[in-house]
Design a protein around this ligand. Structure first.
Ligand SMILES: NC(=O)c1ccc[n+]([C@@H]2O[C@H](COP(=O)([O-])OP(=O)(O)OC[C@H]3O[C@@H](n4cnc5c(N)ncnc54)[C@H](O)[C@@H]3O)[C@@H](O)[C@H]2O)c1
Length: 317
């Protein structure tokens, strides 16, 4: 297949592009490098520097068998200070991309959605029928695109899969996790373990959880990448899919910080800080629908593998 991968200079897009190439597909990697890194684009992909919002460019790229759309802004906290930028970059530009793809007759579209669509009042485990109520413009931007995609599929314009990731983590030797302005717990804790920052803060130690800290679902980026390739295939027989991509297992912030200490063999300061507004006590996926629909099997998402792979990527810096 010929696949257009947007955001392929980023963490999840580059890993997925690499897997597509390894499975014999042709990949065109589109990224404007606003937060991505050119060096992260797989060597065997054709790289196009540009924006998904440039419809003339999308039209000029021609026909693909599928598009996997990772490009976007990703930090929920930034979306609280610059909501307009998030709606432009994540919604308006995605609609321009879709118009170009539809004009070119691209039949399948896989979208990076997020568990942020569920908001902060959640019942665990979260399945796909759980009410959606985003509590940030970031989550809202994902839900707005999902709504548009449902109509496009229903009206026969393009088949679509919205994949709601929980916390992407881990990394591969070729594509370690390296976000600009990192805000994810595991890489921040690894930085503390490496002595590159002054310890790690745990926000909230009085939640109604076994150790009082927030519980989250971490999914290895290699398992995420595999689900995307399967989702492209599944759109041969489905017009529209909405699937959670999580491990189905929750770990508390304290368990993550302890795992980093155990795996790296390092000690570092741990600071207890007040809760952050809008952080749910727990967010854990039901991944049953994704496993059944895609035939997806998790192979890398146990905690020690996630942390060990992330540490080996961090140590390459
Ligand atoms: N990392 C996570 O835990 C997580 C969780 C849920 C959902 N997601 C979603 O997955 C996707 C990928 O996340 P990531 O962690 O790889 O992020 P990332 O920041 O590493 O990658 C995003 C890439 O998109 C590119 N980009 C942004 N706007 C663009 C545009 N208009 N045109 C072309 N390229 C553009 C950036 O340069 C970057 O390379 C995002 O849509 C994100 O919202 C991520």
């Amino acid at each position: 297949m010929r696949v257009l991968v947007t955001g392929a200079a980023g963490f999840i897009g580059s890993t997925t592009a690499e897997l597509l190439l390894a499975e014999g597909h042709e990949v065109t990697a589109l990224d404007n490098l606003v937060t991505g890194d050119r060096a992260n684009v797989p060597r065997d992909a054709e790289f196009v520097e540009g924006s998904v919002g440039d419809r003339a460019l999308i039209r000029a790229l021609g026909h693909f068998d599928a598009c996997i759309h990772f490009a976007g802004l990703i930090a929920p906290a930034d979306s609280m200070t610059h909501p307009e930028t998030f709606f432009t970059m994540n919604v308006a530009q995605t609609l321009e991309l879709l118009e170009g793809l539809i004009e070119n007759g691209v039949p399948r579209f896989v979208f990076s959605s997020s568990c942020a669509v569920y908001g902060d009042k959640v019942t665990i485990p979260i399945d796909e029928s759980h009410p959606t109520a985003p509590h940030s413009p970031y989550g809202e931007s994902k839900l707005l695109v999902e709504h548009g995609l449902k109509w496009l599929s229903e009206l026969g314009k393009i088949k679509t899969a919205s994949l709601r990731y929980f916390n992407a983590a881990g990394g591969t030797a070729l594509h370690p996790e390296r976000h600009r302005n990192e805000f994810h717990l595991i890489p921040l804790t690894l930085a503390a373990a490496a002595g590159d920052r002054d310890g790690i803060s745990i926000f909230g130690t009085d939640y109604d959880t076994p150790d009082g800290t927030c519980i989250r679902d971490y999914i290895h980026v290699s398992d995420l990448a595999a689900a995307h390739v399967l989702a492209v295939d599944a759109l041969a027989t489905h017009d529209q899919l909405t699937l959670n991509l999580g491990s189905g297992v929750g770990y508390s912030c304290r368990e993550i910080v302890d795992a980093v200490g155990r795996v790296t063999g390092r000690t570092f300061p741990i600071h207890e800080a007040p809760r952050r507004p809008g952080d749910p006590a727990a967010a854990v996926a039901s991944n049953a629908k994704a496993r059944t629909t895609l035939g997806w099997e998790l192979q890398h998402s146990d905690l020690d593998t996630i942390v060990a792979d992330a540490w080996s990527g961090y140590s390459q810096r």
